[in-house]
Write a protein that binds this ligand. Structure first.
Ligand code: PMP
Length: 434
């Protein structure tokens, strides 16, 4: 069964398949952290639907919320009409938002993926300001549709000015830490204030509080506050893309809370739908310059996703799972640093909450300056991922050089499960470097 399904799907599906190439498993059952394959093997899933499954697979409160809607006879598809299910979602969502948006915000339901909500946010700030340009950051990931792709790190587009993201390990200024972040902030100020830079006041700035796909790079809180000040002083709306960092993932309900800033716009998806597709933009009321119908989309009202999302948000909030992610994540980072101390190929261990990354490097490479980080080793990352899978552990790769092993476990991870994950990862690392 297992082999047949893999073979048929690899023949029929596009060459753009990603996860299926590196993770040749056929999931048939799942609960919490565990996935069971068609071949009967069990895996600890630290990919969690690319960070979507805050409560793990098939959490009882999520299933119950979905069943309740199904059994109630409520319509499943109603465009953007008002419903009790949507009412409950909005109430729960607003109860979690930073004050400033909670008191004074609006929500736009979008077509259901993160990239759709990014598009809506970019369009919103362009509409509200009447400007076109955009500030985004090196290494960013905002999605795969035209506008969000432009804002992402690798794309080239004249309307987007790409600024250095503070990256301690591979600091563009060669200093790292708070000083590197300070220089990155000054670069930004200079571009905006120097009339000869060619950068006119943009429609908005979009940033991730922790870059996820870019390689799990947490921005310093001081830099976040600086970006808030730079944008506020120049009336540039600040968009926080919390598609991946939201709903407790980084150890705060929303990652912007770490620095205490309130963005003008927040883009939310992944975990807010409790494992079903849902995406929204939340923004300051005075940016609501749209006419009715100015932003549409058929699938803006998925009732099952809203119900699953309400249950997830409420569960994370009531059970303090963000605080739990902060404590457990910090402990896992410490343990990972210990476990990998004897592996020079682990160049950096970093993260925030339960968003964790290990950057694999080739420490022996010749021709580099002593102060430079060694070159990334994407082939070793692939080998580690393969060895993890052999040991029943699913991890994701990412990063600018595809050399970062990423862990995005559910926030319900127990201490014992965390130990099991780290043990398997350490074994895999040893095997891949033997
Ligand atoms: N923004 C961020 C920060 C993301 O991590 C992602 C997805 N990894 C997206 C946007 C795009 O979301 P989607 O894949 O649902 O379109």
């Amino acid at each position: 069964v297992h082999e047949g399904i893999l073979r048929r799907q690899s023949l029929r599906e596009s060459a753009a398949r990603t996860y299926a190439r590196s993770l040749p498993i056929v999931p048939v059952r799942a609960r919490g952290l565990t996935i069971e394959g068609a071949d009967g093997r069990r895996y600890l899933d630290c990919l969690s639907g690319a960070g979507t499954l805050a409560l793990g697979h098939n959490h009882p409160v999520v299933l119950e919320a979905i069943r309740k809607v199904l059994d109630s006879g409520a319509p499943l598809h109603v465009l953007d009409l008002a419903t009790p299910v949507k009412d409950a979602f909005i109430t729960e969502l607003f109860s979690t938002l930073p004050s400033g948006l909670a008191d004074n915000g609006r929500v736009q339901f979008c077509s259901p993926a993160g990239t759709d909500a990014v598009e809506a946010a970019l369009k919103l700030v362009r509409t509200a300001t009447g400007r076109k340009g955009l500030l985004a950051f090196t290494g960013a990931y905002h999605g795969m549709t035209a506008g969000s792709l432009d804002a992402s790190g690798g794309a080239e587009d004249v309307r987007v000015t790409r600024l250095p993201y503070p990256h301690s390990y591979r600091c563009p200024f060669g200093t790292g830490g708070e000083h590197g972040a300070e220089l990155a902030a000054r670069w930004t100020e200079n571009l905006l204030d120097d009339p000869k830079s060619g950068v006119t006041t943009p429609a908005g700035m979009i940033l991730e509080p922790v870059q996820g796909e870019g390689g799990v790079i947490p921005a310093p809180d001081s830099w976040m506050r600086r970006m808030r000040r730079i944008t506020a002083d120049r009336s540039i709306p600040l968009i926080a893309d919390e598609v991946q960092t939201g709903v407790g993932r980084t150890g705060a309900f929303w990652a912007v809370e770490h620095s205490g800033i309130v963005p003008d716009v927040m883009v939310l998806s992944k975990a807010i739908g409790g494992s079903l597709p849902l995406a929204v933009v939340v923004y300051r009321d005075d940016l609501d310059a749209w006419q009715p119908g100015a932003h549409a989309g058929t699938f803006r009202g998925n009732q099952l996703a809203m119900a699953a999302g309400t249950a997830t948000l409420a569960y994370v909030r009531k059970n303090g799972l963000a605080e739990r992610a902060a404590v457990l994540g910090a402990r896992m980072l410490d343990q990972l640093r210990e476990l990998t101390a004897e592996h020079p190929c682990v160049g950096d261990v970093r993260g925030r909450g339960l968003m964790i990354g290990l950057e694999l490097v080739a420490p022996e490479a010749s021709g580099r300056q002593p102060a430079e980080a060694p070159p990334a080793d994407p082939a070793l990352a692939v080998a580690v991922q393969r060895e993890c899978l052999r040991r029943g552990l699913i991890v994701e790769l990412g990063g600018r050089d595809s050399a970062v092993v990423r862990l995005l476990p559910p926030l319900t991870l127990t201490d014992e499960q965390a130990m099991a994950v780290l043990d398997r990862l350490a074994d895999a690392l040893a095997a891949a470097t033997r």
